[in-house]
Design a protein around this ligand. Structure first.
Ligand code: 5GP
Length: 359
C-alpha cells in the first residue's frame, strides 16, 4: 500500500454532497431519468469531470441536490462517504452538510440530519465512533482481535452543520438550534459555506454569534473570492478554523498569523476552481514555512475526483516534502479537531503508535 494511503489521516473539511462516489451519482441519475425527472445524458455530461469555475461548481451542486435530497439517499451517501474515508485510513472525519428543507418529500432540516445520523449508524464494514461522552465509543475503540490477519478499521466521525450563503438569518439560526439539539449525537460545530459571491456576512453573524455563545465551534469559508472587507470581518470574529484563505492580502496574512487560526487547505479544489493561479504559488508554502497551523483536506472528493491520500501525495510532490514531514503534518491536524479532549487523546495514541514503528 502506498504511504499516503496507509498513513493515518484526519479530514476536517469534507462536504457530504461533494463527496459522493461517481458510481452512486450515476446510478441516482439513471433512476431519476427513468422517472422522467431529469435528462440522464445531460446530467452525465455535467457530472463528467473537467475544471470548473467556482460558479459552475455551485451549479453542479444544485443538480446533485436534486438527486440526493430525499431521506434514503441522504442515509446512503452518508454511509458510503464514511466507508470511503475509513478505507483510506482516515481515523477522524469531521463531515459537514447543509440541513435542507424539501417539502415535496416531507423533509425538514431536522429529518435531514436524522437521515445523516441513520447513515452513520448503518456503517458495518468499519467501526464508527460517533457518540461523544459515552462509554460506547470507549468500548468500540479498545483494540479488537484481528480477523484473518486484518484489524478492522476504525474511524471517529463528528458532524458540522453548514449554513448556505443563500439562506436567511432565521434559517441560519434554525440550523444552529438544530446543531445544539444534536450535540449528543456528535454535532460539534457550524460551517458557513455556499457560493461566496452571494450574500452578505452580516446576515449570518447573529447565528454564528449564537453558536459561539452556546459553545459550538465555528469554521468559515473565507477568502474564496476577493472581498477584503469580508475577510477582515471574518478574521475579527475569530472562528476556530477557516477554510481556503485564497484571496488574502498582506494585512489578512498578518492578522491570520497573529491569531493562529488553523487553515483548512484544499489543494485540488483550489487548483480546479482556479482560486489559486497554480499549485507552485499556493499559500500552503508560506503558511507551512511559517509553521502556521494547517490541515490538508479534500473539500469535495467526488466533485474534484480526489481523496485525502491524493491530497497528501499532491502536497508531497508539489512542495518537495518527505514522508516523515507529511506524517507530522497529518499528526498535527489532531490538535485542530472540534471533538472533545478524549477523542484527541485517543487520536494522539494512534499517531504515536505509528510513529514508533517508523523509527
Ligand atoms: P452539502 O452541504 O449539500 O452536503 O454539500 C454541498 C454544499 O457544500 C454546496 O451546496 C455548498 O453550499 C457547499 N460547498 C461545497 N464545496 C464548496 C466550496 O468549495 N466552497 C464553498 N463556499 N461551499 C462549498
Amino acid at each position: 500500500e502506498e504511504w499516503c494511503k496507509s498513513m493515518p489521516k484526519v479530514e476536517l473539511h469534507a462536504h457530504l454532497n461533494g463527496s459522493i462516489r461517481d458510481s452512486t451519482l450515476l446510478e441516482l441519475t439513471k433512476g431519476l431519468s427513468r422517472k422522467g425527472v431529469i435528462n440522464s445524458s445531460e446530467m452525465e455530461h455535467i457530472i463528467k469531470k473537467y475544471n470548473r469555475s467556482l460558479n459552475e461548481v455551485f451549479k453542479l451542486f444544485d443538480l446533485i441536490h436534486i438527486l440526493t435530497t430525499d431521506h434514503n439517499t441522504v442515509t446512503r451517501i452518508t454511509k458510503e462517504v464514511i466507508e470511503d474515508f475509513a478505507s483510506e485510513n482516515v481515523v477522524y472525519l469531521e463531515l459537514r452538510t447543509t440541513p435542507k428543507k424539501n417539502d415535496s418529500v416531507g423533509m425538514s432540516k431536522r429529518s435531514y440530519v436524522e437521515a445523516v445520523l441513520k447513515g452513520l449508524r448503518s456503517v458495518t464494514s468499519v467501526d464508527v465512533g460517533f457518540i461523544p461522552h459515552c462509554d460506547d465509543s470507549k468500548r468500540i475503540f479498545t483494540p479488537l482481535p484481528a480477523i484473518n490477519g486484518h484489524v478492522r478499521k476504525r474511524i471517529f466521525v463528528r458532524l458540522l452543520l453548514s449554513i448556505d450563503r443563500r439562506e436567511t438569518t432565521e434559517a441560519a439560526i434554525e440550523t444552529v438550534k438544530l446543531a445544539l439539539e444534536m450535540r449528543q449525537f456528535g454535532v460539534v460545530g457550524i460551517d458557513l459555506s455556499g457560493n461566496p459571491s452571494i450574500g452578505d456576512w452580516t446576515t449570518y453573524l447573529p447565528a454564528l454569534k449564537f453558536a459561539r455563545e452556546q459553545g459550538l465551534c465555528v469554521t468559515l469559508h473565507c477568502g474564496e473570492v476577493p472581498n477584503s472587507k469580508e475577510i477582515k470581518n471574518m478574521l475579527d470574529f475569530r472562528p476556530q478554523r477557516v477554510g481556503h484563505a485564497c484571496y488574502f492580502e498582506d494585512e489578512h496574512w498578518r492578522q491570520l498569523k497573529s491569531s493562529k487560526i488553523p487553515v483548512e487547505i484544499c489543494l485540488t479544489s483550489n487548483v480546479r476552481t482556479m482560486t489559486v493561479p497554480s499549485i507552485d504559488v499556493h499559500h500552503f508554502v508560506d503558511l507551512y514555512k511559517a509553521k502556521h497551523p494547517l490541515v490538508l483536506c479534500t473539500d469535495d472528493s467526488g466533485v474534484f475526483s480526489t481523496s485525502l491520500s491524493d491530497e497528501y501525495k499532491f502536497a508531497a510532490d508539489a512542495f518537495g516534502l518527505g514522508r516523515r514531514e507529511m506524517f507530522e503534518l497529518s499528526r498535527n491536524a489532531v490538535e485542530y479537531i472540534f471533538a472533545d479532549s478524549r477523542v484527541k487523546e485517543d487520536l494522539r495514541k494512534v499517531f504515536n503508535s505509528v510513529a514508533k514503528n517508523m523509527e
